[in-house]
Design a protein around this ligand. Sequence first.
Ligand SMILES: Cc1cc2nc3c(=O)[nH]c(=O)nc-3n(C[C@H](O)[C@H](O)[C@H](O)COP(=O)(O)O)c2cc1C
Length: 478
Amino acid sequence: MKTNHPVIIQGGMGIAVSDWKLAKTVSQAGQLGVVSGTAINSVLVRRLQDGDKEGHVRRALRAFPSQEIAEQILASYFIEGGKETTKGYKRPPLFSVQSPKPLLQLNVVASFVEVFLAKEGHHNPVGLNLLEKVLLPNLSSLYGGLLAGVDYVIMGAGIPREIPGALDLLSQSKPASLKVHVEGSAPGDETLTTFDPAAVMNGVLPQNLKRPFFFPIVSSSILAANLKKKATGEINGFIVEGPLAGGHNAPPRGPMKIDEHGEPIYGPRDVVDLKEMAELGLPFWMAGYYATPEKLAEVQAQGAHGIQVGTLFAFSQESGLMPDIRDKVVSLIVKNDVPPKGLVFTDPLSSPTGFPFKAVRLSNTISQPDLYEKRKRICDLGYLRHAYKKEDGTIGQRCPAEPVEDYVKKGGKLEDTVGRKCLCNALMADIGMPQIQSGGDIELPMLTAGDDLNFLGRILNPGQLSYSALDVLHYLLK
Ligand SMILES: Cc1cc2nc3c(=O)[nH]c(=O)nc-3n(C[C@H](O)[C@H](O)[C@H](O)COP(=O)(O)O)c2cc1C
């Protein structure tokens, strides 16, 4: 199906790996840049506490429709010149089923800032990526994106059936709700999280915001067909992501089987039939180890509109990854200093979501078992907690990567805590904003990347040790 959508989508990469700088570069070049909205409120408050040295955040805040809200956030978090390097960051409150108004305001503003900056200075479209599994911030993130005129919303890590309808409502500044899965709740006992712009925006309520295109990320044509039929509003296209992609992967179909290296085994049932996708009549993009001009041409010949690419962009100069870590990985590849099993491990256990999560085998990160064991468990960002019914009938939240005793005390199963890692803190460390915990421990990073990382060298000319997002586009579109 031919459309005017861009051929290359730079995939959303949380937390702030695909930040506004990367997305802006890609969008300005005429393809689709996508910012990550995951944990974006924590990113905003840490940028402000680091002193917002180049002034970008404060410039975007001045464009927010309610200056009263923007100024409250500045007053709460901005530190002129940056916080003392030995001190930890002040954290915003954690999300709950009905989060307090200041937290919702912060999240709307944070998402607005990211999209605003990615769109600033050009007229090309920009996308916003969110995860269905990180449900509670999603409505306020979407609203912030809409206020900044976001053009595409792309969501995976779950089945985002209710998002299209929510986008229809929020673009009219009307309240929207999402069902919250509460473990242990009785059948028919429904819990909703609701976001009402009128209750959050201090009287500034823009109407007729643009309703962006919505692309769910799917791992099968059956799921795509189902979403097309049963979503609460219009779906405009699909990202079809396979198990070689960076970040979280859909689990293999059927019962999870593990190979001798401890990685999930995917089989023929996990391969998506492009013909079936094309028959759905909506444009689609292939993601997960498709980033070569040859594969692009191949999938286009089978009906795909283009490809979504993550790994190549994640290690480009414009990405939000800490330059030290990015350069270290690129230099390992250039020197061919790669472990025999490759740089990427698909860990079926590490993510508190229960989905397989790819980690780069890298020293000084919690992908190393000894460093993982040494870390004192703490859950202080809480994006990956899930809701459960307490004995008194109220709703609590727990994360399998939190301290084991706490998780078990909350009724969670001991076996669910084994091997779980605090992705929230590790991913904040990846972008150079690690928390300093009480006692002085600095949270360590853990990188994610797709299997494509092992072949990253193809993007570099001889002698080159870094590359830009534009190099990626030139390579793919040559
Ligand atoms: C560092 C990194 C972080 C990612 N984070 C997300 C994310 O937050 N949300 C998402 O939908 N996909 C995420 N992905 C997947 C990408 O958006 C993209 O679909 C995938 O990387 C494409 O496959 P490739 O890595 O072979 O190019 C991430 C990928 C990487 C490499």
